[in-house]
Write a protein that binds this ligand. Structure first.
Ligand code: ARG
Length: 559
C-alpha cells in the first residue's frame, strides 16, 4: 500500500494538487515523530498563511482511520503515524495468503507489450555485452506479466547480411561437417573469424555469390545457413535456460525479407524517400539527425529497413500497447531515427515505441578484456561465477548437501543481479568478487538472508498463526512497512523500465530483516510475540523470494 498516496488523497489543501502533496510527503528523520511527515513551508506563499497555521488547520480537518492512527502538527510539519497494529495484521495476512502472487496485479489486463531483447547474432559470440539486454529484458518480461499484461518476448535475431555468404565460403574451404556439428557456435564463429583474417579477393567475391544464393532461395546455401542458425540457437538456448529467460518469438531480421517492400512503397507514396548518392534515404535534417538509410545504392536493405518492417509487422500482429527495445545506448541514434520515420509515415503508434537503453558492461579482470582482441563469452562468465560460488560455499559449509546445485543458483544469480542492481543506463564494471560477496548489495546476500529465514521456520517446526492485535516493535515495524510497499516497487520498476528498483528493494528488505533477526529473538520468544515473529519471518522470506524470482533468480533452501 502506498501510504503517501493514501495521505495525499485525504488532505485538502486549496490550490495545491494531490500530486504536489504526494511528492512533498517525506519520512521524518526520527520515527518517534511519525512515519510520514508533510512539511508545510512550501505552501505558505500560495495559502498566505504561516506553515505553523497551515499544519494546525490540516491537522484539525484530517480524519484518522484504521490506516492512519494519529496526526500531529509540530513546528510547521504535519506528522502522521500509521496504524501499526492494523498494518501489520493486514500486510502479513495479505502476503501469507497470496504467497508467490504477492505483489502481482491486473493493471495490464487487455494490454500487450512487445519486448525485443537479447537479439543475438547468428554465428557470432554470445558475449558479456549481451548480458544486460538479456537480463534486463528478461526481468521486464516477468514484471509486466506479473502486472497482468500480455507480454511477447521477441529475439530479433541477427540473421541477415553478407556475413553469411562469408561463413558458407569459409565452411566450404576449411570446414568439416562433424567438427562443426560438434563444435557448434564456437566452430562456426572460428570459421567466420578465419575468413575475416585470411580471405583473398577471390574468396570475397565467392562470399558475395553465396549471399546472393541464400537470398535467391538456393537449396544448398539455405540448408547451410539454416544449419548455422540452428547451431547458434541450440547454444544460446542453453544459456537462456540457465538465466531463466524465455521468448515467444525468434523472428529475426531475415523474417522481414519479404515485408520490407510494402514499407518502402509506403515511404515512396508518402514522399518521404529521397535519392542521395544513389541510395534511398529519409531526410531527417530538419530534426537534427543524419538521414535514415533505407536502401543502399546497390539496392540492398539496411538494419533500419528491417526494423521498420518489423515494427509494422508487430503492430499488425500483436496490436501492442508498447513496443520495447532493450538495446545498448550505442544505438540511441538508430532508434531515434527509425521512430521518427514511423512518425513521419503517420503511424500514430510511433509514440508507443520505447528504446530501453542501457550502459556498457566491462570486466574488472583486464586479462579478459575485449580490447585485447579476446571476446569474453557469457558462458565463461557464468561458469566462473558458479565455480567461485562453489568454492565459497564449500568453505563456509562443507557438509551442505547439493553443493553443486546451490552453487549454480548462487553463481547464476550473481551474474544476473550484478547486471541488474545499478540504474540501467550506467556503465558498469563487472567484478567477480563484488557480485559474490556475502556482505555487499548482492543477490548472494539476499539468498543467504532467505536461507537464514528458512532455517528459523524449519527449526520452529510449528505452523504459525498470525495474531490479530499485535503491536510491532520498531524493528518489526520497519520490516512490515517495507513488505507493504513491495507491490509499489514492482509497479515502479515496470513503469520506469528499471528492474534495479526491485533489485534494490530486495537488498533493502534483506537488510531490514537482518536487523530484526539480530535484535529480536524469534524461536525463543513466547506467545503472541513468537507467533508474530514467525509469521513476519515467513512473509519476509516470501517477499524476498518473489522479488528475486521476478529477476530470474532462485533461492536455495539452505546455504
Ligand atoms: N542484433 C543487434 C545487435 O547485436 C541487436 C538488435 C536489437 N533489436 C532491434 N530490433 N534492432 O546489435
Amino acid at each position: 500500500m502506498d501510504y503517501k498516496q493514501y495521505i495525499a488523497e485525504r488532505l485538502n489543501v486549496a490550490d495545491v494538487s494531490a500530486e504536489e502533496i504526494y511528492t512533498a510527503i517525506a519520512l521524518p528523520p526520527n520515527s518517534e515523530m511519525g512515519d510520514y511527515a508533510l512539511p508545510c513551508f512550501k505552501f505558505a506563499k500560495v495559502l498566505r498563511k504561516s506553515p505553523v497555521a497551515i499544519a494546525e488547520d490540516l491537522k484539525n480537518s484530517f480524519v484518522c482511520d484504521g490506516v492512519i492512527s494519529e496526526v500531529s502538527a509540530v513546528n510547521g510539519y504535519l506528522n502522521f503515524k500509521i496504524n501499526k497494529i492494523g498494518l501489520a495484521a493486514a500486510t502479513l495476512k495479505n502476503v501469507l495468503s497470496a504467497g508467490e502472487n504477492y505483489g502481482s496485479a491486473q493493471i495490464g489486463k487487455g494490454k500487450t507489450i512487445c519486448i525485443d531483447y537479447s537479439s543475438v547474432n547468428v554465428a557470432k559470440p554470445f558475449h558479456i555485452g549481451h548480458l544486460s539486454t538479456t537480463v534486463i529484458g528478461g526481468a521486464l518480461y516477468k514484471l509486466f506479466k506479473y502486472l497482468g499484461y500480455n507480454v511477447v518476448g521477441i529475439n530479433h535475431l541477427g540473421d541477415y547480411g553478407t556475413q553469411f555468404g562469408k561463413l558458407i565460403c569459409a565452411y566450404k574451404k576449411w570446414g568439416d561437417k562433424d567438427e562443426v556439428q560438434k563444435g557448434g557456435i564456437h566452430a562456426i564463429n572460428d570459421l567466420y573469424v578465419r575468413f575475416n583474417n585470411e580471405a583473398t579477393a577471390e574468396m570475397e567475391s565467392e562470399a558475395r555469390e553465396y549471399f546472393r544464393l541464400i537470398e535467391s532461395g538456393d537449396k544448398e546455401a539455405n540448408e547451410l545457413f539454416e544449419w548455422f542458425k540452428s547451431l547458434t540457437l541450440e547454444y544460446v538456448k542453453t544459456i537462456y535456460e540457465k538465466l531463466n529467460i524465455t521468448f515467444d518469438s525468434y523472428a529475426g531480421e531475415r523474417f522481414y525479407t519479404d515485408k520490407m517492400q510494402p514499407v518502402i512503397d509506403e515511404l515512396k507514396a508518402k514522399n518521404l524517400l529521397k535519392e542521395s548518392e544513389g541510395a534511398q534515404i529519409v531526410d531527417l535534417d530538419e530534426y537534427g539527425m543524419p538521414p535514415c538509410l533505407i536502401l543502399r545504392s546497390d539496392g540492398a536493405s539496411l538494419y533500419a529497413t528491417r526494423d521498420l518492417a518489423a515494427a509494422v509487422y508487430r503492430k499488425n500482429t500483436y496490436d501492442f500497447y508498447k513496443c520495447l527495445y532493450v538495446v545498448a545506448y550505442q544505438q540511441n541514434l538508430h532508434f531515434k531515427q527509425f521512430f521518427k520515420v514511423l512518425e513521419l509515415m503517420g503511424k500514430d503508434w510511433a509514440k508507443d515505441m520505447v528504446h530501453v537503453a542501457y550502459g556498457m558492461v566491462s570486466l574488472e579482470d583486464g586479462a579478459m578484456s575485449t580490447r585485447k582482441g579476446k571476446v569474453v563469452w557469457l558462458e565463461d562468465v557464468i561458469a566462473r561465477c558458479e565455480e567461485k560460488a562453489y568454492a565459497i560455499i564449500d568453505e563456509k559449509n562443507k557438509d551442505l548437501e547439493n553443493k553443486r546445485e546451490i552453487a549454480t543458483t548462487v553463481g547464476v544469480g550473481a551474474v544476473i543481479f550484478g547486471a541488474l542492481y545499478n540504474n540501467k543506463i550506467k556503465d558498469i564494471t563487472f567484478s567477480y568478487d563484488k557480485v559474490l560477496s556475502f556482505e555487499g548489495e548482492t543477490s548472494v546476500y539476499v539468498q543467504y538472508t532467505c536461507a537464514r529465514a528458512n532455517s528459523v521456520l524449519l527449526k520452529s517446526g510449528v505452523k504459525e498463526t498470525l495474531p490479530e492485535n499485535y503491536l510491532p516493535n520498531a524493528q518489526e515495524s520497519e520490516v512490515v512497512k517495507l513488505i507493504a510497499t513491495f507491490p509499489d516497487a514492482v509497479k515502479e520498476a515496470a513503469e520506469k523500465y528499471e528492474p534495479s528498483v526491485v533489485a534494490r528493494y530486495a537488498v533493502d528488505l534483506a537488510q531490514k530483516f537482518n536487523k530484526f533477526y539480530i535484535d529480536c529473538k524469534i524461536i525463543t520468544a513466547e506467545g503472541e510475540t513468537k507467533d508474530f515473529r514467525l509469521a513476519l519471518t515467513r512473509a519476509a522470506l516470501q517477499t524476498m523470494k518473489n522479488a528475486l524470482s521476478l529477476l530470474g533468480i532462485g533461492i536455495p533452501e539452505k546455504m
